[in-house]
Write a protein that binds this ligand. Structure first.
Ligand code: NAD
Length: 259
């Protein structure tokens, strides 16, 4: 083992020898997680629907790209099963009142944000159990803990992911596997940049008003979060100091849920 790979010589490379699978890793929070896990020594499987961006992200992380539509169950079941760390991160948003919400869109969001995480864990947990170590981090949201107007599918999916995460925590504990959620408020990513325009339309506000009045309305800290701040929390949950932390939801929400 050369000194770059030796976890004793390089304590910051504490995930050396581990393999991670990160969904939605071509952009935003997922990309930041892939880079952080890779920097800590892990091999990273970058999973995303966007072929060009997945290739670039995998190259940046020194990992492997898997171009998969997570709404396609058979494609999800073709992903690598032999991994030590799963970060269920991919997600999409759609803003509409329940009575206007397209039912097919609702179903699609549950497939990507609930069924795909279940399918991935269904196939990856047995290997983690066999090796006696595993880390599952589910990128939930403040909307896994609180509701907001016009986000029925998203709030439903994130609350479901919270439930899945807790059951995996209970089942995984005897096998050295932890499962947790991280729960950010608004993070500066392409998903949020698209939402600013959608929310402006739904609420009849300007884009500046959406950031100030809608996105930062409930937070005590009046700024957006950077993707790297979320990635550092995810990395911590995969690190050497958190084997007793499981079944929990780590709010990174500037005080939103303190209300
Ligand atoms: N940005 C925020 O404010 C915020 C806040 C809380 C939680 N989150 C959650 O963080 C996660 C990542 O969000 P982000 O802001 O980084 O978004 P993003 O749009 O920047 O990235 C999401 C990635 O998921 C991929 N993806 C979408 N649909 C897919 C599919 N069907 N199959 C495979 N890949 C698919 C996209 O191609 C993209 O690369 C989501 O689950 C989101 O709900 C985001």
């Amino acid at each position: 083992m050369d000194s770059m790979q030796d976890p004793v010589a390089r304590p910051d490379r504490y995930l050396t020898g581990r393999t991670a699978l990160v969904t939605g890793a071509a952009s935003g929070i997922g990309l930041a997680c892939a880079l952080a896990l890779a920097a800590a020594g892990s091999h990273v499987h970058v999973v995303d629907i966007s072929a060009d961006e997945a290739g670039k992200a995998a190259a940046a992380a020194g990992g492997s790209a898997h171009v998969v539509d997570l709404s396609d169950a058979r494609a999800v079941d073709s992903l690598p099963a032999d991994v030590d760390i799963v970060v269920n991160n991919a997600g999409i948003q759609h803003i509409d009142a329940v009575h206007d919400f397209p039912p097919d869109r609702f179903a699609l969001m549950q497939r990507i944000m609930v069924e795909a995480p279940f399918r991935i864990l269904h196939r990856t947990l047995p290997g983690m159990y066999e090796r006696g170590w595993g880390r599952v981090v589910n990128v939930s949201s403040v909307h896994g803990l609180r509701a907001s107007l016009y986000k029925s599918a998203y709030v439903t999916a994130k609350h479901a992911l919270e439930g899945l995460s807790k059951v995996v925590a209970l089942e995984g504990a005897p096998h050295g596997v932890t499962s947790n959620c991280v729960n950010p408020a608004y993070v500066r990513t392409p998903l949020v940049e698209r939402q600013i325009a959608d929310q402006a339309r739904a609420h009849g506000l300007s884009e500046d008003e959406v950031i100030g009045r809608v996105m930062l309305e409930h937070t005590a800290v009046k700024r957006l979060i950077e993707p790297e701040e979320v990635a550092r929390a995810v990395l911590w949950l995969c690190g050497p100091d958190t084997s007793y932390i499981t079944g929990t939801s780590l709010a990174i929400d500037g005080g939103w849920t303190a209300h």
